[in-house]
Design a binder for this molecule. Structure first.
Ligand code: UD1
Length: 431
């Protein structure tokens, strides 16, 4: 785990499986909302108060970038982050800071919007196959930005200022949509993004920027129109709940024949994932601010799960759902259409006794009656979460190492699961 100061402390999770997950938890705020909103504070003068900000290593990494750029960042006990921006002092970010997470690329649009120029490096983050930024770059070029790349560095200038443009994305990339919005909010004229990403986290970023004074309209379906303004002012904003974390904890209950109630889901479109749990035979109901899941003794398979851009089946949920369907009464088939290498968790699940075969972008999961504890390594954020879910249901003890990946997206996953009855401990990794 990277601590608040950015030094490495390696931990592992030790899980004695077989305990039923049941009880009530409050949901964390969405990482994928909080990170672009933190980057967007670069554009807003004065103070921004971000509520419901999860405590994650990626959030610490974003705080370090903001501090490096000249902002003051403080965190209160209740999950509130306060960013004071009295002027950005630099338009560059070092390779070390950029490589701490994938989302650092969102500072590209934010710095361009603020300074009209920037220089930074290709980001780090989960290795899910090639994660190019060509869509970001070609869109920004349409806005009058001159971009050169050398030795992993991206240099951007706008000799004639940043101009609004009509942009048609070849793929609704989440990061590219965010970068264009951030570069456009203070640009000259109007920008129109067609085939924009429609994830709830994009709408949360838009909602924050509009509160700051931006003029953004999300019109029918996947078009976003942005009319540039001169200045933005900090405001108070509450980050939306994390739909992927919600589905992860529902999965923990589903695989252990448990029952869980998750509160704090207001404003969340749970229909994007509850249907899959219902297909597995679980009972799911939502009431006001909470979602409740009761597992079915044997899990039903799902014939076809194809990852797609929102509102389709989220690629971030593919490994999580796979971990549950490992124990289904029959065969489930996955098709991964977003990332090339997003089956890295499969070997670990098979080591636990699962029967999964991968054929390119297809994974065929034959349900087994039992999983067994094993020592495995978290390969990426959601892959590591999937191993944790399977370990909860496995007979015997599992040790999951490299959980720095998991800590990037789940706030205190060990404490949350322990509060739901799991036998799970975080221990220092000895190598
Ligand atoms: C975001 C999410 C991540 C999620 C993903 C897809 C954050 C911090 N991360 O990642 O959790 O899994 O959306 O829902 O919000 N692509 C290109 N060229 C580009 C940009 C993307 O080819 O310039 C490809 C990527 O390689 C990938 C696909 O498009 O295969 C989706 O990428 P994108 O939507 O940009 O994902 P991220 O913003 O990186």
């Amino acid at each position: 785990m990277l601590c608040k100061k950015g030094c490495d402390i390696l931990h592992k999770l030790v899980i004695n499986g077989g305990k039923r997950i049941s009880g009530e938890i409050k949901l964390q705020g969405a990482k994928n909302s909080a990170l672009p909103i933190m980057a967007a504070t670069v554009l807003a003068d004065g103070q921004t108060v971000i509520k419901n900000c999860p405590e994650l290593t990626d959030i610490y990494a974003a705080s370090r970038i903001l501090t490096h750029l000249g902002c003051k960042v403080s965190r209160c006990e209740n999950g509130t982050i306060i960013v004071s921006n009295s002027g950005i002092e630099k338009d560059s970010i070092s390779e070390k800071l950029m490589r701490e997470m994938r989302s650092s690329i969102i500072f590209l649009g934010a710095l361009l919007g603020r300074c009209g120029s920037c220089s930074l490096y290709f980001p780090g983050g989960c290795q899910l196959g090639p994660r190019p930024v060509d869509i970001h770059i070609s869109a920004l070029r349409k806005m009058g930005i001159v971009i050169s790349e050398e030795h992993g560095k991206i240099n951007c200038t706008a000799p004639n200022g940043i101009k609004g443009a009509k942009i048609m994305l070849e793929f609704p990339s989440v990061g590219a949509t965010e970068n264009i919005i951030l570069a456009a909010v203070k640009a000259e004229g109007e920008t129109e993004i067609k085939n924009a990403a429609r994830e709830p986290e994009i709408h949360d970023l838009v909602s924050y920027l509009v509160k700051c004074g931006a003029k953004i309209e999300c019109t029918s379906g996947s078009t976003i129109k942005i009319c540039g303004v001169d200045r933005l002012y900090g405001c108070e904003h509450q980050v939306i709940p994390d739909r992927i974390a919600a589905a992860t904890y529902l999965a923990a209950a589903a695989i252990t024949d448990g029952a869980v109630c998750i509160s704090g889901i207001s404003s969340l479109d749970v229909s994007s994932f509850t249907g899959y749990f219902e297909q597995m035979g679980c009972s799911v109901c939502t009431c006001n601010d909470s979602i409740y899941l009761k597992a079915r003794n044997r899990i039903l398979p799902i014939k076809s799960l194809k990852t797609m851009p929102y509102p389709g089946f989220a690629t971030d949920l593919q490994s999580i759902m796979m971990s549950v369907l490992c124990m289904a009464d029959g065969t489930s088939v996955f098709e991964e259409n977003i990332f090339e290498s997003r089956y890295k968790h499969v070997d670990a699940l098979n080591m636990m006794g699962a029967d999964i075969k991968v054929y390119g972008k297809i994974a065929v999961v034959e349900g087994v009656k039992k999983l067994y504890g094993a020592n495995v390594e978290a390969t990426d954020l959601r892959g590591g979460a999937a191993m944790t879910i399977s370990a909860l249901a496995a007979e015997g003890t599992s040790e999951i190492t490299c959980i720095n990946h998991i800590d990037r997206g789940y706030e205190k996953i060990d404490s949350v699961l322990a509060s739901l009855g799991a036998d799970i401990k975080r221990k220092p990794e000895t190598r």
